[in-house]
Design a protein around this ligand. Structure first.
Ligand SMILES: *Cc1c(COP(=O)(O)O)cnc(C)c1O
Length: 391
């Protein structure tokens, strides 16, 4: 077998590299030349565009999804003494947002097929202190919203969706992020729509969105957003101790044009997903489950499972070997209880959430996205086959 890698070092395929086109470059340059870098008209336009795309009533653009989750927790009144149930198979920001609101995170294990939080496990974790559920639409696959909504209604819980993977996700004709009180989106550089750093809260309630805007800008009263306009001098008033979480116009400049391509890019994502499925059918790796009927997967991540006994190679050895072939990959995610902070603080061990543990220890995310050409996709497939053939 060939010793030369599928892709040489200078052609290394970076995992999650964004597709950036001339329109957004021009828009950013326009912002810089205009001198209006901070929160301004382009942020307002991006909020409007995103609301229209999702069919939402109220939105607040923020510096990140992490900020969005944090403020969603605070605005919904989650705090000291409260418990919030989320999934162990997520990015640390979901759990940290709960902690920073002063509440206690409670984990409910995932369904092994969907990799999403299992409603039956959620129901088992409810106590008199439970205040909210934070589902994560993992990889862009909609959670079982009928079951989660029923649990929330029965127990009077709030639902805050982590939609970092789920811009294009739908469940039974309804948009992800509009099921609960709030949905939090990410425009981080690897996500399906990017602003570099960036996030958005969609809120059911106008008052919640307004409170989030206040909290995102030092706790200054709403009129502070207008204080740089020409409508006369307005003193700002600080009405609570807020944060500095606002989105800048140069971020929104990227997002406005990115969002225009989201549907076209989604078709390309779906195409790559199907190519991988077809190419890996005869291999000992597990490929993602098909999207559930009457749902729309955002195809944010394509995750394979490398089971050492079936594949003859450990997941971590697979990661190293495929990177040596010039293909960048990711791990989404080692389960939350694998990390020392959570073990020490909450006494969690990975074995308490065995499905998330196993998925987290076997999973590998392959590149998927509109920047990839057919040749790139072919290289990923060739690298996966070679690594397994050598195992
Ligand atoms: C990326 C991500 C976040 C955080 O988003 P940022 O915009 O980077 O703050 C939160 N939750 C999940 C599931 C993510 O993938």
């Amino acid at each position: 077998m060939s010793d030369t890698p599928v892709r040489s070092k200078d052609r290394f395929l970076v995992f999650g590299a964004p597709q950036i086109e001339q329109d957004e470059i021009d828009e950013v340059v326009h912002s810089i030349k205009s001198g209006w870098l901070g929160t301004g008209p382009k942020v307002a336009r991006f909020e409007d565009d995103f609301k229209r795309y999702k069919g939402a009533s109220h939105a607040a653009a923020l510096y990140s999804c992490t900020a969005a989750l944090h403020l969603a927790m605070l605005a919904s009144g989650v705090g000291e003494g409260d418990e919030v149930i989320t999934t162990p198979l997520t990015f640390c920001a979901s759990v940290n947002a709960i902690i920073h609101a002063g509440a206690t995170p409670v984990l409910a294990d995932v369904d092994p097929r969907s990799m999403n939080i299992d409603p039956e496990r959620v129901a088992e974790k409810i106590t008199p202190r439970t205040k909210a559920i934070m589902p994560v639409h993992f990889a862009g696959r909609a959670c079982d919203m009928d079951a989660l909504m029923a649990i929330a209604q029965t127990h009077g819980l709030m639902l805050i969706e982590d939609c970092a993977h789920a811009i294009e996700t739908r469940y039974k004709g309804r948009e992800a992020g509009l099921f609960g009180e709030m949905g939090c989106f990410s425009f981080y550089v690897t996500k399906n729509v990017i602003t570099g750093e960036g996030g958005m809260v969609l809120a059911k309630d106008e008052a919640l969105a307004a409170r989030i805007k206040v909290l995102a800008l030092h706790g200054m009263s709403k009129d502070a957003w207008k204080r740089f306009s020409d409508s006369g001098w307005v003193h700002y008033q600080v009405i609570e101790a807020g944060f500095k979480y606002n989105m800048m116009d140069i971020q929104a400049a990227l997002g406005i044009h990115q969002l225009k391509r989201v549907e076209k890019n989604w078709l390309r994502r779906e195409d790559i997903w199907k190519r991988y499925n077809a190419a890996f059918r005869d291999l000992p790796i597990a490929t993602p489950a098909d999207p559930e009927p009457n749902t729309r997967h955002a195809y944010h991540l394509y995750t394979i499972m490398v089971d050492e006994t079936r594949c003859g190679i450990s997941r971590d050895a697979f990661l190293s070997a495929i990177q040596k072939e010039g293909i960048g990959v990711g791990v989404h995610y080692l389960s939350i209880p694998e990390h020392p902070y959570y073990q020490q603080t909450f006494g969690w061990s990975p074995q308490q959430y065995p499905r998330a543990m196993q998925l987290g220890r076997e999973t590998v995310s392959l590149p998927i996205g509109p920047r990839l050409g057919d040749g790139d996709v072919g290289d990923v497939i060739e690298a996966v086959r070679r690594v397994l053939a050598r195992a």
